[in-house]
Design a protein around this ligand. Structure first.
Ligand code: SF4
Ligand code: SF4
Length: 157
């Protein structure tokens, strides 16, 4: 380990103790990309003040510490659309994942939100495959060996 590596790691450790999820919230390049997409996306979490009972559950459970309870629309780049706030909300119609099309705003049911995300995921891959831009250095045999073992694998985090 070089001296620079040591000091960077020490700084990150200290900052992570002082600020929850410091790396993920402020430095992670993947998080920055997701944040940019989140800002441009027509799909957003929206709160309806008339139905909100101000129980604080949404703000308390948001993993990126967004003050959901006091916002009408979550425009923050830190929102990655996990829907934890929506699922924790005890008041029907107070908090929804919504999609905006022109002037219309519609609440999305969780199953539709999931289908939208999965559809988008495969659409992007499909376009890559059809245009010949999707390349992988992992040989097909490796996929065939690993996929049956997926249920035994764990995320390192
Ligand atoms: S969707 Fe997730 S990240 Fe976004 S505000 Fe709700 S709990 Fe926070
Ligand atoms: S969880 Fe729902 S009811 Fe409670 S503060 Fe948030 S939006 Fe309002």
């Amino acid at each position: 380990m070089t001296k620079l590596t040591f000091w960077v790691l020490l700084a990150l450790t200290v900052l992570s103790v002082l600020y929850k999820n410091f790396w993920c919230r402020y430095l992670c390049p993947y998080g920055a990309l997701l944040g940019l997409i989140s800002r441009l996306s027509p799909v957003k979490v929206r709160r309806t003040e008339a139905n909100c009972i101000h129980c604080h559950a949404c703000t308390k459970h948001c993993p990126t510490l967004i003050d959901v309870e006091n916002k009408d629309v979550i425009k923050s780049g830190e929102c990655f659309g996990c829907m934890t706030c929506v699922s924790r909300c005890p008041s029907p119609g107070a908090l929804d994942m919504t999609v905006k099309a022109g002037k219309n705003i519609r609440a999305l049911r969780p199953v539709h939100y999931v289908l939208l995300l999965v559809g988008l995921f495969y659409l992007v891959i499909g376009i890559g495959v059809l245009t010949g831009k999707w390349h992988s250095q992992i040989p097909r045999e490796q996929y065939e060996r690993l996929i049956p073992q997926v249920s035994r694998m764990e995320h390192p985090g």
